[in-house]
Design a protein around this ligand. Structure first.
Ligand code: F0G
Length: 467
């Protein structure tokens, strides 16, 4: 247990329990009640910056590793470790880009659609934000091995941090055949021990928890509260990109619900310490074939309920899921998850941000992805769920056509080339194999390759036909 003199400590998410633990402890749940843990800070005793623009002074010190990092230049807002113990490989050099083209696609009037492109991280996804924080903690407590279950991006990130820092061995658990080649190739190249489990992500997650607890291996999945501290910085960079103005909406794909939970925490803290005047609204977007959050929040009306969520109803939902042997299934393999480990924290974020949840089909995801690509930034299928979800919410009138919306593009386009090529292909067999089998009927925005004979006149004719 922690002492009350600590400035940073781990704390159970349920205030009625309120158990606290030191930051030098390794745990993924509360000993007293089994709840998730937060990293909490005694803000009154910390030097809180006077305003968010204060962070701009760090821009002049980009030659130093901490101000250079898009995570650690906000160190004052995640002060669980001293600067000298921070592990950084230059994560968080991301881009907030206004996209009028994608704005038109989702039905916006005023060009207030922004894409927060996390594909620019060193391993190509937002996971590096959290990995840098988890690694900082892991190294400070002397861990030598780290493990995760993954749909691909967490494992790529873990493997990269291990290979760059040479300070730990990576052990990754993936569902057999459930991981896109771009991501698998990263883990293999970076030298991680890759364990392919005959099962899906939910199976791999359960096993990695058992194995890491049995063998004392450091777990870096987003049940690890330090991971989420790093992911809070995505919110800070969005605000930075908007010159510290709060947007009306932030839309994010929902899988294991680490990002949405981290966003809620970041915003609640900024509001509490007086650095933002109001909260934006949050839209969490599930894939239709992996829609636990949607079912619970929108269909069954399950709420955080001021820290008293109906845990029995949630348990009953999973019980029924098991009884019916329901498995997650979507082309957006990154979010092919039916048992999100951060569910309760995400419910808290939805309550704090007056949030909504929607589910989108694989067809909607792939069409949105093609529009994102044509609009200037490539992303993987799961990322495009945020754009597809915003389109749906604008059509419903929940998001106003003039509101300022930020969609998080969580991963790089090259993570999953199979989905992209199958969408644009002229090869019907490939289309059927990869997409039609998942209920995708048409490639609405396909950009088909043109086949021409190896003949100069024919090639010129084909180019002249192109408008
Ligand atoms: N987008 C991408 C590209 C992801 O890789 C993930 C999660 C998500 C969205 C969902 O984020 O879990 O915070 O709700 N990928 C994990 C992995 C599960 O293993 O790489 P979340």
């Amino acid at each position: 247990m922690s002492t009350t003199t600590d400035i940073a400590f781990q704390k159970c998410v349920f205030p009625a329990c309120g158990a606290t633990y030191g930051v030098d402890e390794v745990r993924v749940r509360c000993d007293s009640c089994g709840g998730l843990l937060d990293i909490s800070y005694d803000w009154d005793r910390l030097q809180v910056p006077p305003n968010l623009a204060w962070f701009e002074q760090k821009w002049t010190r980009r030659h130093e590793p901490l101000p250079f990092s898009g995570v650690w230049r906000f160190h004052e807002l995640l002060p669980f470790a001293p600067p000298e113990s921070v592990v950084t490989i230059g994560e968080g050099q991301t881009l907030l880009k206004s996209s009028p083209q994608v704005g038109r696609y989702v039905g916006q009037r005023k060009g207030e659609l922004y894409l927060q492109y996390e594909g620019m991280n060193p391993s190509g996804s937002f996971k590096d934000n959290g990995m840098s924080a988890a690694f900082t903690h892991a190294r400070s407590i002397g861990a030598t091995k780290a493990a995760c279950a993954s749909t691909g991006n967490t494992s790529a990130s873990l493997a990269l941090y291990c290979s760059v820092t040479q300070s730990m061995k990576a052990i990754i658990f993936v569902g057999s055949g459930k991981i896109a080649y771009g991501k698998l190739s990263q883990a293999l190249d970076y030298g991680a021990l890759t364990v392919q489990i005959a099962g899906d992500f939910d199976d791999a997650m359960q096993r990695v928890r058992e194995v890491s607890s049995r063998l004392g291996i450091y777990l870096v999945n987003s049940v690890n509260p330090f991971r989420l501290e790093g992911q809070k910085t995505i919110i800070y960079r969005i605000l930075e990109g908007l010159q510290w103005q709060v947007p009306d909406w932030i839309a994010v794909p929902g899988g294991n619900l680490g990002n949405s939970s981290a966003f809620g925490k970041a915003l609640m803290e900024l509001h509490e310490i007086g650095l933002i005047p109001r909260m934006p609204r949050l839209a969490v977007i599930n894939a239709q074939g992996a829609d636990t959050l949607y079912q619970l929040h929108e269909v069954q009306g399950v709420r955080w309920n001021q820290a008293e969520p109906p845990l029995d109803d949630i348990e009953a939902f999973f019980h029924e899921m098991d009884a019916q042997q329901r498995r997650a299934s979507t082309i957006a393999s990154a979010i092919e998850i039916n048992r999100p480990v951060n569910l309760t924290k995400c419910l808290r974020a939805l309550e704090a941000c007056d949030g909504v949840v929607r589910q989108v089909s694989d067809q909607e995801i792939l069409d949105a992805k093609a529009q994102v690509g044509a609009g200037g930034l490539g992303c993987e299928p799961a990322s495009a769920a945020s754009v597809a979800g915003v389109k749906k919410l604008i059509a419903e009138g929940v998001i106003g056509r003039d509101e300022r919306v930020v969609c998080i593009l969580t991963g790089h386009q090259l993570k999953d080339p199979t989905a992209t090529v199958a969408y644009h292909t002229t090869d019907q067999e490939l289309f059927n194999d990869v997409l039609a089998s998942r209920g995708v009927r048409r490639a609405t925005y396909a950009n088909r390759a043109v086949a021409v004979p190896n003949d100069l006149d024919e090639i010129i004719k084909a180019i002249q036909l192109y408008r």
